[in-house]
Design a protein around this ligand. Structure first.
Ligand SMILES: NC(=O)c1ccc[n+]([C@@H]2O[C@H](COP(=O)([O-])OP(=O)(O)OC[C@H]3O[C@@H](n4cnc5c(N)ncnc54)[C@H](OP(=O)(O)O)[C@@H]3O)[C@@H](O)[C@H]2O)c1
Length: 288
């Protein structure tokens, strides 16, 4: 990948720009302005979710940017309360309406295991995925995928359907490098995406990253974003600050050596943020 607009190709040939812009914890006009700024800074991939409660403003930000809808890869996610066939169809229509668009470039199941489906996980994921396939066949979704799915959750879909997740968005950063998931995705032709690539701000406290960023003459954020790019996944850095929005995406003029990639991954000793996806979410989790 050599620039922000370079793309990965999904199994159905849909192209996905290699760095996305995250919008969690961005309320209203903050999301609108940040999305506009991100697109005007060159990002072409925007990540939101019904749970972020900002889809309306993300949609406005895209319109304000003046860049045509067809040039943006727009992703939203099914909220936890809306699993199941009928609910999924309604929820997706709602996201389309709020975003002010007639299709999404990708739609993801936000979280696999919920309090409400723990005893009937396979049936629940199958009912939900059937609705994803219908929306995909109608052209409302250009691609369909999952978020926070472990291999065992993706295997449920694989043994019940002919259309598999094309994307799996997971927590991925120096403390949680997700080597096994990346390899599983490679074998199954699934594009891995990395949420919280800056460890939700914790990256800026890690001496190893601070020192290595100095060595490469880049910011800690650029080092983290580049780390994900070199792993072959799509980083989704979030910032509401115009300078940082630009800086975080300027990651194509340096290369992290193999030795330094391995050294960054030693931060895995600090572990992931929060609970793994095998732990059920309570139904309405706002923002994640
Ligand atoms: N699928 C899921 O379950 C899931 C879960 C979490 C996140 N996500 C997606 O992934 C995106 C990114 O994750 P995230 O928002 O959790 O965290 P993140 O991108 O790892 O970190 C964001 C934090 O870093 C700060 N920051 C950004 N650039 C900086 C810089 N150059 N220097 C100093 N501080 C900087 C931001 O503050 P400022 O805004 O003040 O710059 C913010 O506090 C989300 O926005 C969302 O789209 C998905």
């Amino acid at each position: 990948m050599k620039s922000l607009s370079d793309c990965y190709e999904l199994i159905n040939s849909v192209k996905v720009p290699c760095v996305g812009f995250g919008t969690w914890k961005m309320p209203q006009e903050i999301a609108q302005n940040a999305v506009k700024c991100a697109i005007n800074s060159g990002y072409r991939h925007i990540d939101t979710a019904a749970a972020y409660q900002n889809e309306e403003y993300v949609g406005k930000g895209i319109k304000d940017s003046g860049i045509s809808r067809g040039e943006i890869f727009l992703v939203s996610k099914l909220p936890n309360d809306d699993h199941g066939y009928e609910n999924t169809i309604k929820s997706c229509e709602n996201s389309l309406k709020k975003l002010g668009v007639d299709y999404l470039d990708s739609y993801l199941i936000h979280w696999p295991v919920l309090d409400s489906n723990i005893d009937r996980l396979e049936d629940d994921l199958c009912d939900t995925w059937r609705a994803f396939e219908k929306l995909y066949s109608e052209g409302k979704l250009r691609s369909i995928g999952t978020s926070n799915f472990l291999q065992e959750h993706i295997e449920i879909i694989k043994r019940n359907f002919s259309t598999y997740p094309m994307i799996n968005q997971v927590q991925m950063h120096p403390q949680n490098p997700q080597e096994e998931m990346i390899e599983y995705c490679r074998q199954n032709k699934i594009l891995p995406e990395a949420w919280s690539p800056l460890i939700q701000g914790q990256a800026f406290k890690r001496e190893l990253l601070i020192d290595m960023a100095k060595k490469y003459r880049v910011s800690v954020a650029q080092l983290c974003v580049r780390f994900i790019v070199q792993k072959g996944a799509v980083p989704l850095p979030k910032s509401a600050n115009p300078e940082r929005i630009k800086n975080n995406a300027d990651v194509f003029s340096f290369n992290i050596s193999n030795e330094d990639m391995a050294e960054i991954a030693t931060l895995s000793k600090f572990g992931m943020i929060g609970n793994p996806p095998s732990v059920p979410r309570t139904h309405q989790v706002v923002g994640f």
